[in-house]
Ligand binder design. Structure first.
Ligand code: SAH
Length: 353
């Protein structure tokens, strides 16, 4: 009997686990992290309800949402005993995780969360089993009737959210790269950031390394109207069909996981044509997940990687393990690679011609 109850509890946990994501989304949409931040200290439920757009009659429901978020580690709950032992008043404060959800934080993950929990990807994931049974290339195709990059181009609101999410991630990664692994860029006089989006990574790295020429290459509609400065410039183009500008190194951050092995080999070969030989310092710098990396001790990281991999079915992409990466590099004619698992969920992979 114990086993049956345990099994039921496990299944129920998975039935409800999306509620946890929805509570977080709700807190972001109500501006709770920003409100506590501007308040400058812990806020009681009443203070919170007064400061955010919540109907007074629903305050007790907000308490229940906050209880989930405290349980899942997003906020700290302080019980202040005021006066007698019965007059307890709970107050919520930010911790290191919710600080990363404040909009003004330059490293904020809030734009990423808004995209991942947007109805467009959620509806796509909801079509997973239908997609397994049809000929569509990805679940976005099944749910929305077009390929992901067309969807981003044709839906400016979502496109804006998507590019904003990528930009926010790039700011965070650039900060960590400059703090922990500047050595990756040592000796490079020029670099092309292929699929570099709106150039957020570019701005941070070009500023930190003023002697390096930094080129952001992305689809023309993504870089339209963007102005380069100093050692940073934008080029509109298609990485599949046009020549990649020559440079000492090519950066591919979060590109190859968008594409099948066949398409990724095509991209890698194009990049190889743009860089010098290994002896002359030529290399690719890839920032991606490496699933099952033995150095990853944190089980949560592994779970997140496995979930992220399935999420990539939305757009025909996948997260790869070490062997799958190695095969891509060999198939594209590269001689070697080095994986440095220094970016939390992701790694820096240097690939040599
Ligand atoms: N490297 C950025 C963006 C990653 S999202 C970052 O990590 O923040 C993938 C990027 O690839 C998008 O900006 C998208 O516009 C770009 N992209 C998609 N197809 C492309 C193509 N054919 N040529 C050039 N860029 C492309």
């Amino acid at each position: 009997m114990e086993q049956i109850l345990h099994a039921q509890a496990h299944i129920w946990n998975h039935c409800y686990s999306y509620i946890s994501s929805m509570c977080l989304k709700c807190a972001i949409e109500l501006g709770i992290p920003d409100t506590i931040h501007s308040h400058g200290g812990p806020m009681t439920l009443n203070q919170l309800v007064e400061a955010i757009p919540v109907r007074l009659g629903k305050a007790h429901c907000l308490y229940r949402v906050m209880r989930v978020l405290v349980y899942s580690g997003f906020f700290e709950l302080q019980i202040n005993k005021r006066g007698g032992a019965h007059e307890e008043e709970a107050a919520y404060s930010l911790n290191n995780i919710s600080k990363l959800l404040i909009r003004d934080n330059p490293l904020s993950v809030e734009p990423y969360l808004r995209v991942m929990l947007n109805p467009i990807p959620m509806k796509s994931m909801d079509c997973l089993s239908a997609w397994f049974q049809n000929d569509d290339l990805c679940t976005v195709g099944t749910a929305h009737g077009m390929n992901p990059w067309d969807l981003v181009a044709r839906n400016p609101m979502f496109g804006c959210l998507f590019n904003g999410a990528m930009a926010s991630d790039s700011r965070l990664v650039a900060r960590v790269l400059m703090d922990r692994c500047k050595w990756v860029f040592e000796g490079l006089k020029s670099l092309v950031d292929v699929g570099g989006g709106t150039g957020e990574m570019g701005k941070a790295i070009a500023d930190a390394l003023p002697h390096m020429e930094y080129t952001v290459l992305d689809l023309p509609h993504v870089v339209a109207g963007l102005q380069g400065t100093g050692n940073l410039k934008y080029v509109g183009g298609d990485m599949f069909n046009e020549k990649i500008p020559p440079a000492d190194a090519i950066l591919l951050k979060w590109i190859l996981h968008d594409w099948t092995d066949e398409e990724s080999v095509k991209i890698l070969k194009k990049c190889k044509e743009a860089i010098p030989r290994k002896e002359e310092g030529g290399k690719l710098i890839i920032i991606e997940m490496v699933i099952d990396n033995p150095t990853e001790e944190d089980e949560k990281i592994k779970e997140t990687q496995l979930l992220a991999d399935v999420a990539m079915m939305n757009i025909m992409g996948l997260e790869r393990n070490r062997e799958e990466w190695a095969k891509l590099f060999t198939d594209a004619g590269f001689s070697g690679y080095k994986i440095s698992p220094i970016l939390g969920l992701r790694s820096v992979i240097e690939v040599y011609p």
